[in-house]
Write a protein that binds this ligand. Structure first.
Ligand SMILES: Cc1cc2nc3c(=O)[nH]c(=O)nc-3n(C[C@H](O)[C@H](O)[C@H](O)COP(=O)(O)OP(=O)(O)OC[C@H]3O[C@@H](n4cnc5c(N)ncnc54)[C@H](O)[C@@H]3O)c2cc1C
Length: 357
């Protein structure tokens, strides 16, 4: 068993899911910080649920947390079916393309926001509430389209996941529903435990839609983020054994672990040029993949890796794997509920029937 996986299991067993339900929106609230492991496919939402439920006698005690795991599954199901980079709502007006420079430079004049942007750059994590605040500042206050800024955030997050990321940006900006998410300084002060006044968001809720951010927010920039992939390792595939393919979205140390196989971490430049990530995100991926015995890194395309390979190829289903050929294993899901549901609650009402215990 992977040592790191065992550590995560212990962490889940200690997790206070009851405290989570009332404190999760606060900057210092009880949140699990499991997302980097879930997004990299190191552990699944189903496994987290199965471990956690042993400590609680009914789903009621952990329902809020399980609902958040379900949000993840819900967005993954949509990503399997739709292009998440295009507004799910039809006829949405086209907003400005780019990202306000004060956001990029962490100089918005709103201290708690600037701190969390710097924290994202430094640590690759941002609390959910701050992701919502920042997406709202960019899309709703500054009238920018969600796509460019969502790529900016994805680049720095260790838990970056194109589905969760783009669809949360759509949710905040009203691209997937008939509402936009707004907040004011009072709300920010409460949940980030600061006391700042007289910022441009220091107004009543009913005035929020009318306010204009400072002039500097109209200066937008696109950014060209590049991704540094590690060099391929020196190896020859053994045609007498099957090939198990891991990638940015599958580092599951328990997947097909009992078969004797070639194990390759496949880093396709075509994927990383479309969805670049920062060096810290690559380092984190490599740390997780180190938990897979004898894995080798291949930075190149699937077709190059497999061109002379003559045995079975195994991989896990994922929307970014559509060019793979071989035996496709299912990902783990919390429930059997599938198909496009336009609202989370239409999905959740079915899913929770299967989750009840
Ligand atoms: C603008 C924006 C961008 C986001 N981008 C990403 C992203 O790239 N990758 C990502 O994994 N999450 C993303 N999220 C969702 C959420 O912010 C993170 O999953 C969460 O903050 C991770 O911290 P945690 O593990 O402590 O979460 P917890 O609150 O402990 O939740 C447990 C798990 O549930 C899932 N989850 C919780 N909230 C959400 C949500 N709103 N949507 C989908 N899954 C959720 C995550 O897998 C998380 O690890 C984004 C949210 C917003 C508003």
């Amino acid at each position: 068993m992977s040592v790191l996986f065992e550590k995560i299991v212990k962490k889940i067993k200690k997790f206070d899911a009851k405290k989570y339900s009332y404190s999760r929106n606060y900057i210092d609230g009880e949140v699990s910080r499991l997302s980097p492991y879930i997004s990299r496919g190191f552990i699944s939402t189903f496994q987290v649920f199965e471990i956690l439920k042993k400590n609680f006698s009914t789903i009621k005690e952990i329902e809020k947390f399980v609902q958040e795991l379900a949000w993840r599954d819900y967005f993954q199901i949509i990503w399997n079916e739709k292009n998440v980079e295009v507004s799910l709502k039809e006829n949405i007006s086209l907003n400005e393309k780019g990202i306000p420079i004060p956001i990029l430079n962490a100089k918005t004049s709103i201290k708690a926001i600037d701190n969390e942007i710097l924290n994202l750059y430094k640590n690759g994590y941002m609390h959910n509430h701050f992701r919502m605040y920042i997406a709202s500042l960019i899309c709703n206050f500054s009238n920018c389209h969600f796509l460019t800024p969502s790529k900016w955030m994805y680049y720095y997050l260790l838990d970056g996941d194109v589905g969760s990321n783009a669809l949360n940006w759509q949710w905040v900006s009203g691209a997937s529903r008939n509402k936009k998410y707004y907040f004011n300084q009072e709300n920010l002060n409460k949940y980030s435990r600061v006391l700042q006044e007289n910022t441009f968001i220091d107004v009543d809720y009913n005035l929020l839609e009318e306010i204009n951010p400072p002039e500097s927010f109209t200066e937008l920039t696109d950014f060209n983020l590049s991704c540094n992939l590690p060099n391929s390792e020196d190896f020859d595939l053994d045609n007498n054994k099957p090939l198990c393919i891991y990638n940015y979205y599958n580092t599951d140390p328990n997947w097909r672990k009992n078969i004797d196989s070639n194990r390759i971490l496949l880093l396709e430049p075509s994927i990383f040029s479309k969805y670049p990530v920062c060096d810290k995100a690559i380092d984190f991926l490599l740390k997780l993949s180190n938990e897979i015995p004898e894995i080798k890194i291949f930075s190149g395309e699937f077709s190059e890796l497999t061109k002379n390979f003559k045995n079975f190829i195994y991989y896990k289903q994922h929307p970014l794997n559509i060019n793979y050929r071989g035996v496709e294993d299912s990902r783990d899901w919390l429930t059997s509920v599938k198909g496009y549901h336009p609202s989370f609650f239409s999905y959740w009402n079915k899913a929770k029937k299967e989750l009840k215990y």
